[in-house]
Structure formats: structure tokens, C-alpha cells
Design a protein around this ligand. Structure first.
Ligand code: PLP
Length: 373
């Protein structure tokens, strides 16, 4: 049976060149980067090279990048390291749990929290952010692109607001980095989280951009690595792999965007050819990330039936006790409960071919026909 993985937003397979590079690091470069001898220095060089690669891809200074154990950890280090009791935080209702649960904890410890809902287009209105600012607002945290909808926020306008008001801006860019260009010299983002496994790098490695002049308190105690913000002996192969993966992603970014958009168009054309009844929720979205409703069809049953045919897609919200609940993110974006329950996230990337896309559309068509009967 043909197997097609269409869940690029959840994670990506690791690029072959990245696998080779990581294997060679595991085989040869095992010294502790903190050791003074040559073995240690060789590992240290791998880390600093990767730091330069990330800084080059994002147009920032290498000293502004620290490596973390994941995107989740980057979000925790940024938010918990900055907020004090009494501070006011503005964020959104549709942040990833690695932001949402941290700010909710901070609220319990005495911070004040205002959450803004997305509009029907899945975006946060910068004006609503501006209107929520009060004297004690110290940090605004808005994700660059949403993981369920694929919608992209206007971080440029939000960053102009935070700059004018001297408020720190944290951006969870885990879904965005590697899919679209990002220039940190042009955007006044102060803290930004990224994760390698979303751009064909390894899992369990992330990074946090910390703009010069922003001071974070340490939330992890240890041997002082990574500016003492993420102490612990470094994951050398993961870091090296992340550096190579981001270089590859940004070297070909324009070409990849065009290619993935072409696949997306073909997919929609195929859906129309099969006369499938669908609703596209978000028009302006990350390349390849399609939040799509199939009215009258149970999304979870559709996902399972497709999986049995080798096609892996995603359904908004994990089910508890066997009952699929409508995703709160979709509901907040103004999608009705019924439609939210029949919505899938199908995400294509550069690993797919035109025939893959046609196959997915065909399987969708036959599966929908069967389910509707
Ligand atoms: N933020 C967003 C928007 C995500 O989609 C994810 C992962 O899906 C994360 C953070 C967490 O990243 P990681 O899996 O590296 O912890």
C-alpha cells in the first residue's frame, strides 16, 4: 500500500543530508564542548557553526541565539525567564500549550493576563493588541503562524506597536521558521522560539533568539552552558543537524514556497474534479497548510479511514474517551461546532510530488463517498 505522510505541521521527516551529518558527528565528534582539549574544541566548533547558520538564516547576531531542548523549552525559558509577579501579559487564545500553560501558571503566580481571540481569517488584529495595553504591560506573546489553522499573524505591525510602547515582544515562530522568509534585522521581535523538527531537522532540539539587551532570569540551574539559560551538556549532533537543516531550508526558500503552493493548487483542482464538497477556512496561510472542512462528515472517522489507506493527516483536537471534540481554536476563529468537527489539517511540503497530491485527493474522494453513504 502506498503511504503518504501529509502532516508536515506536526513534524517533518529528517533531511537525508542532515541524517548523514548527524551520524558523522555521533561517530567522530563526541567530546564535551566544555572540555579544553581538542575533542572538546571540535564539538564546540560544531555548535558555534550551527549558531552562525541559524543567525545567518534569520539575519541576527550569533550571540543572540541559544540552543534549547525543543520549541517548548524555548517558550518556557523566554516567558518564565522574563515575567515577574504583577506584570501584565497580552497573548492570544490560540497559543500552543507550551506558551498557554506557561502564561496561565504565571497568572497563578501573580501576573495579569489578557488573551485576544483570532478573527474569522484566523489572525490576531494588531489593533486589539494595542487596545489591551495598560501601564503594567511588560510582554506581548503572539505566535507567528497558528499550528491548526496555518494562519499567519501580522508580526510586523505588532512589533511596531511593542517598539513604540517599549514592551517586549515574544513570538512563537515554531510553525513559521523554515516555511517563509524571516528577517530579524527588520522586525522588532525581542524573543523568538524555533524548533528543528518543523524544518526537516531532528526532534528534541530548538533555539531561542534573545535580542541584545533583553535579560532573562535563569529557570534551569546547572553548569552555565548557553548563557546559563539552558545549562546541560549540549546535544551536539542535534545542534549540528539543526544548523544544517535551517541552512538548507533558507537556501531554497523561494523555490520551495512556489513548489508547495503549486502542489496546493493542484490539490484543490483535484478536489473540484472529484466534485468534493469542502470549505477552506483560511485563505492566507502557510504554504502547504490546509485547514479544510468537509460538511456533514465526522473528521475523526475521515482521518482514521484515510490512515487505513496510508494517508496521514491531522484532526484539530485530540479526542478524549473516544469522542472527538471540536477544536477550541477552530471555534474561536468563528467556525461552527459542526464544521469544526468535520475539519482536517492536511499539510504538504517539499517532500511531496504531484502524484502524491493526486493520490491523496483520490483517496479522499472514495473515502468521503463511502462515509457519506
Ligand atoms: N509552538 C508551536 C506553534 C508548535 O506547533 C509546536 C509543536 O507542534 C511547539 C511550539 C512545540 O515545539 P516542540 O515540539 O519542539 O516542543
Amino acid at each position: 500500500m502506498k503511504k503518504i505522510y501529509c502532516d508536515i505541521s506536526a513534524t517533518t521527516p529528517v533531511n537525508d543530508k542532515v541524517i548523514d551529518f548527524m551520524t558523522s558527528i555521533h561517530q567522530t565528534t563526541f567530546g564535551n564542548p566544555s572540555s579544553i582539549h581538542k575533542y572538546g574544541q571540535e564539538s564546540h566548533i560544531v555548535i558555534e557553526k550551527a549558531r552562525i547558520e541559524i543567525a545567518t538564516a534569520l539575519n541576527c547576531h550569533q550571540e543572540e541565539i541559544i540552543f534549547t531542548g525543543s520549541g517548548t523549552e524555548a517558550n518556557n525559558i523566554a516567558l518564565e525567564g522574563f515575567i515577574k509577579p504583577g506584570d501584565h501579559i497580552i497573548s492570544t487564545t490560540y497559543e500552543h500549550p507550551s506558551v498557554m500553560n506557561v502564561i496561565k501558571n504565571l497568572e497563578q503566580k501573580g501576573a495579569k493576563l489578557t488573551l485576544i481571540k483570532p478573527n474569522k481569517d484566523g489572525k490576531i488584529n494588531p489593533k486589539e493588541i494595542e487596545d489591551a495595553i495598560v501601564k503594567k504591560t511588560r510582554l506581548i506573546s503572539v505566535m507567528y503562524a497558528n499550528n491548526e489553522l496555518g494562519s499567519i499573524n501580522d508580526i510586523k505591525t505588532i512589533s511596531e506597536i511593542t517598539q513604540k510602547r517599549e514592551i517586549v515582544l515574544h513570538v512563537d515562530a515554531v510553525q513559521y521558521v523554515g516555511k517563509l522568509p524571516l528577517n530579524l534585522s527588520e522586525l522588532k521581535i525581542d524573543l523568538m522560539s524555533l524548533s528543528a523538527h518543523k524544518f526537516y531537522g531532528p526532534k528534541g532540539i530548538g533555539a531561542l533568539f534573545i535580542r541584545k539587551g533583553i535579560n532573562l532570569n535563569t529557570i534551569l540551574n546547572g553548569g552555565g552552558q548557553e548563557l546559563n539559560l539552558r545549562p546541560g551538556t549540549e546535544n551536539i549532533a542535534g545542534i549540528g543537524g539543526m544548523g544544517l537543516a535551517i541552512s538548507i531550508a533558507y537556501k531554497n526558500i523561494e523555490k520551495n514556497i512556489l513548489y508547495v503552493k503549486k502542489l496546493e493548487k493542484l490539490f484543490i483542482k483535484e478536489l473540484d474534479r472529484y466534485k468534493i464538497n469542502y470549505i477552506l477556512h483560511i485563505t492566507d496561510h502557510l504554504p502547504g497548510v490546509i485547514a479544510i472542512g468537509f460538511p456533514g462528515v465526522d473528521g475523526q472517522s475521515l482521518l482514521i479511514s484515510l490512515d487505513l489507506k496510508g494517508v496521514a493527516v491531522s484532526f484539530g483536537s485530540a479526542c478524549s474517551s473516544g469522542t472527538a471534540k471540536a477544536s477550541q481554536i477552530l471555534l474561536d476563529a468563528g467556525i461552527s461546532e459542526d464544521l469544526a468537527k468535520s475539519t482536517l489539517r492536511i499539510s504538504f511540503g517539499k517532500i511531496h510530488s504531484e502524484s502524491d497530491v493526486k493520490y491523496v485527493a483520490k483517496q479522499l474522494s472514495t473515502t468521503l463517498e463511502r462515509l457519506q453513504k
